[in-house]
Design a protein around this ligand. Structure first.
Ligand code: F6P
Length: 535
């Protein structure tokens, strides 16, 4: 870390220490304008998302020092460089051009002499034509997306989030796990002649996806009474990959294929053809709005002055909460069942991006990196884990996400839903000292200390634009934390060893090979081989 940045970082760490003993009640008592001054708006290009970070345990001096740190570390300048194609993923010698997937057609981004924007928009036009044809032909009633990680979580999130507000004659189903219980239950709901399979895999080397594609192909061929090699089967398959040739090598013969690119990470691919299934289901116009919402946040992140750059500030609060090691877990609490998959989606986005411990220069980072990201929908969370957030020994910053309007909901129930969200944030922040004084025996057990931080995001409604804006906002918060921690947020070497070991162990299980193993693994394999024998 450069000397001047390092000095500012030390100041932020000192601010974090100072704020350990800060009280939200005092911070609000001392400043009647705190809520107003710590509430900003993020635009999705059509409506605004209210962002209230006043219940974070941070004082104005700390915020000022975080902004100075961002300025000194050139966070926004580095963001602009990333958007222009800088090789930010240096361990894989790749740029991270997920923002190019939704950039305006007039933008100019060149990579190895190729016009990236032209490629992106040509593929979008191909997607639009295909999606409209599928809907016009009315042959397919179900689309089964086969993929995992970013090849599943993104399209599944879009489909879930928009299902209540967007009608569709085509149902999307999602298969990811290699546990074939999952694909079996999905295929049981499908009829071969009216089912399309979209096989999403950037690498087309992911074992789970190849296994599920094999099962799907066999199921389809059997159901249609043809061979798996038949062109009839191929008509039911679409491949989305950065390696379409590998799809055929892997035995997936598809009549249609769409391109994603090596310069977009799997967990950043939601704005690409990876989302083909929900694009077909809800129509290309909805996806265009989704992309527009993302683009709006991209542009705000790059152009708005630091003090009013809401996405940057949220990223800096993540740095303050988690980068200083003050807290180690983050709860994502959407008060909308339509966003029930958002915590899962953000787990991959945040933890696979920033779950690192080595700086770009190869030395251990002195900034704590990814928190453990988890969560669940409100109000269910209040009947599951909120007890721990209110009275547990570990403080967990919470992120509340709510909407003034949701499609087709009961007005009275919606008011109650939102009242619960506001109540939870209030109770976490300010607690309730009353119980502690009333009864000396159980008083301490009922005490609600409060002083538990949260941010509340309040949007008008869950439109494709708002969804796109929210996702881009989280992507760029990851970027901010990654820049301050000086890590590479765009590779994922940590997932490789498990995959390699699983192949070796699979061989030991299936062929009885006795590779050198630790005694525990050896014993477990032996017990498994024994137990799996049918009696
Ligand atoms: O978890 C590792 C990973 O490579 C993710 O980054 C990716 O989203 C997922 O596996 C699936 O990879 P692919 O799209 O290449 O099948």
């Amino acid at each position: 870390m450069a000397e001047d940045v390092s000095k500012l970082w030390q100041q932020v760490v000192a601010d974090s220490e100072r704020n350990r003993s800060a009280s939200l009640r005092d911070l609000f008592d001392r400043d009647d304008l705190r809520a107003q001054n710590m509430t900003q708006a993020l635009s999705d290009g059509e409506s605004e998302i209210v962002v209230d970070f006043s219940k974070q345990i941070i004082d104005e001096q700390a915020l000022k020092n975080l902004l100075a740190l961002a300025r000194q570390a050139r966070v926004v300048e580095k963001f602009a460089e990333m958007r222009s194609g800088a090789i930010v993923n240096f361990t894989e010698n790749q740029p991270a051009l997920h923002t190019a997937l939704r950039t305006a057609q007039t933008a100019n981004i060149e990579l190895d002499g190729q016009d990236i924007v032209k490629k992106v928009h040509q593929e979008l036009e191909k997607i639009r034509i295909f999606a409209e044809k599928v809907c016009r032909d009315k042959k397919f009633k179900k689309i089964v997306n086969i993929g995992i990680g970013g090849s599943d979580l993104g399209p599944a999130l879009i489909y879930d989030a928009l299902s209540a507000s967007h009608k569709t004659e085509i149902e999307c189903l999602f298969v990811s796990n290699i546990d074939s219980t999952e694909i079996n239950s999905i295929l049981a709901k499908c009829r071969p002649q009216e089912t399309m399979f979209v096989v999403c895999s950037k690498s087309f080397k992911t074992a789970e996806t190849l296994a599920n594609a094999r099962i799907a192909r066999q199921w389809l061929a059997k159901g249609l009474g043809v061979s798996v090699e038949s062109e009839v089967v191929a008509e039911h398959f679409v491949v989305v990959s950065a390696n379409n040739a590998q799809a055929r090598v892997a035995g997936v013969n598809a009549a249609n294929a769409f391109q994603i690119w090596p310069w977009v990470g799997g967990r950043y691919s939601i704005a690409s053809a990876t989302s083909l299934a929900p694009i077909i289901a809800f129509g290309f116009d909805a996806f265009s709005d989704f992309l527009a919402g993302m683009r709006s946040v991209d542009d705000q992140m790059q152009n708005v002055d630091l003090e009013n750059n809401t996405t940057l500030i949220l990223g800096l609060i993540d740095v303050f909460n988690f980068g200083t090691g003050r807290f180690s877990s983050q709860a994502i609490l959407p008060y909308a069942s339509a966003l029930r998959l958002l915590p899962n989606y953000l787990q991959q986005l945040i933890m696979e991006s920033n779950g690192k411990s080595v700086r770009q220069d190869g030395k251990p980072t002195d900034v704590a990196t990814s928190p453990v990201v988890w969560g669940g929908v409100g109000t269910n969370s209040q009947h599951a884990f909120m007890q721990m957030l209110h009275q547990g020994t570990q403080i967990v910053p919470a992120e509340f996400i709510g909407f003034a309007q949701l499609a087709n909901v009961d007005a009275e129930s919606h008011d109650a839903l939102m009242a619960n969200m506001f109540a939870q944030a209030k109770a976490l922040a300010f607690g309730d000292a009353q119980h502690a004084t009333k009864d000396s025996v159980i008083g301490p057990h009922r005490e609600m200390t409060g002083n538990r931080p949260s941010t509340t995001l309040l949007a008008k409604s869950l439109t494709p634009r708002t969804l796109g804006a929210l996702i881009a906002m989280y992507e760029h918060r990851v970027f901010v934390h990654g820049v301050i921690a000086q890590i590479n947020s765009f590779d994922q070497w940590g997932v490789e060893l498990g995959k390699t070991l699983s192949v070796e162990i699979n061989n030991q299980i299936t062929q009885g090979e006795t590779a050198v193993n630790d005694s525990s693994t050896k014993s477990l394999i032996a017990k498994y081989r024994q137990l799996r024998r049918k009696n």
